[in-house]
Design a protein around this ligand. Structure first.
Ligand SMILES: [Zn+2]
Length: 66
């Protein structure tokens, strides 16, 4: 079952209406795409892009503050 009305996993500021609709977050640029829909073989690999994207997002925010 698809999640509905859930926060962006990266910035937690945008609310996506439904999981995996490929909407791009207007705050951080994350694409709303679930692991099931991506071509990853296991969960650990599927999680990695979110983690690296989140790290990049916070790095960019840090730079913006300076
Ligand atoms: Zn976001």
């Amino acid at each position: 079952m698809l999640k509905q009305n859930f926060k962006c996993p990266i910035c937690a500021k945008h609310i996506f209406r439904i999981e995996n609709d490929l909407e791009v977050c207007p705050v951080c640029g994350y694409e709303n795409r679930t692991a099931q829909n991506a071509s990853y073989d296991n969960h650990a690999q599927a999680e990695f892009p979110v983690r690296s994207f989140r790290a990049e997002y916070f790095n960019r925010r840090k730079e913006d503050d300076e």
